[in-house]
Design a protein around this ligand. Structure first.
Ligand code: C5P
Length: 230
């Protein structure tokens, strides 16, 4: 099956394409482990903030990345996975736009990515792993059995984010969100290390006009073709 015998499905793409939701649903459907790699970069940005580290100080950030004290507590019932940093539940704190932008900055540092690589690969455990991120299929799990690259137009992604924020009772500007999405895409796609791009053997899905159920069905059909569905 693979070098380590543990199957992996990678889901890469820009933020707001629906990949987080898809990865969570797919992992639950298959009974596999879930790696939300973006959360690791977000956690590092938050840890840097808590420890007063400058986001350009590569040495200090790499040290923080190597010793990040994190626990992911699996979802139970209709609860979402919880994320704990240095003993504190930060599941919500890491989801702000500011932390997202910080994550994208620390993620551009090669030594930081290297420091987080083994930690991500350690999530590959039986019976299988669904890995969500930007470079899962290209760098972290190049031998994955199924690679998905999920996109959606920047306008649709900004709208989805806008609705999510309103539902949470927060205020937001649609134009501001679109600007942030474009700036983040620009940084993620043009960085010299592990830029956001589909693996050569990835299946491209544009979710702009698809429901999440439709996307899930499409991915399950691909998984079935590869004998990954039990
Ligand atoms: O997916 P999420 O929005 O949580 O990711 C936050 C940031 O972390 C992204 O904008 C990206 O810069 C970075 N990231 C990355 N590689 C990954 C996952 C996330 O560079 N595998």
């Amino acid at each position: 099956m693979s070098e380590q015998g543990v199957p992996v499905i990678t889901i890469d793409g820009p933020g707001g394409s629906g990949k987080g939701t898809l990865a969570g649903m797919l992992a639950a459907r298959l009974g596999w482990h879930l790696l939300d790699s973006g959360a690791l970069y977000r956690l590092l940005a938050l840890a840097a903030h808590n420890h007063g580290a400058d986001l350009t100080n590569e040495e200090m950030l790499t040290g923080l990345a190597a010793h990040l004290d994190v626990q992911f507590i699996a979802a139970e019932g209709d609860q979402e996975q919880r994320t704990v940093l240095e003993g504190e539940d930060v599941s919500r704190a890491i989801r702000t736009e500011t932390i997202g932008a910080g994550a994208s900055r620390v993620a551009a540092l090669p030594a930081v990515r290297q420091a987080l690589l083994a930690r991500q690969q350690a999530f590959r455990e039986m019976p299988g792993l669904v890995a969500d991120g930007r470079d899962m299929g290209t760098v972290v799990f190049p031998d994955a059995q199924l690679k998905i690259f999920l996109t959606a137009s920047p306008e649709i992604r900004a709208e989805r984010r806008y609705r999510q924020l309103l539902e949470k009772g927060e205020t937001a500007s649609l134009a501001g969100l679109l600007d942030e999405i474009n700036a983040r895409d620009e940084r993620d796609m043009n960085r010299s290390i592990a830029p956001l791009r589909p693996a050569e053997d990835a299946i491209l899905i544009d979710s702009s006009h698809m429901s999440i159920e439709n996307v899930l069905e499409t991915v399950q059909a691909e998984a079935r073709k590869r004998n990954l569905l039990g």
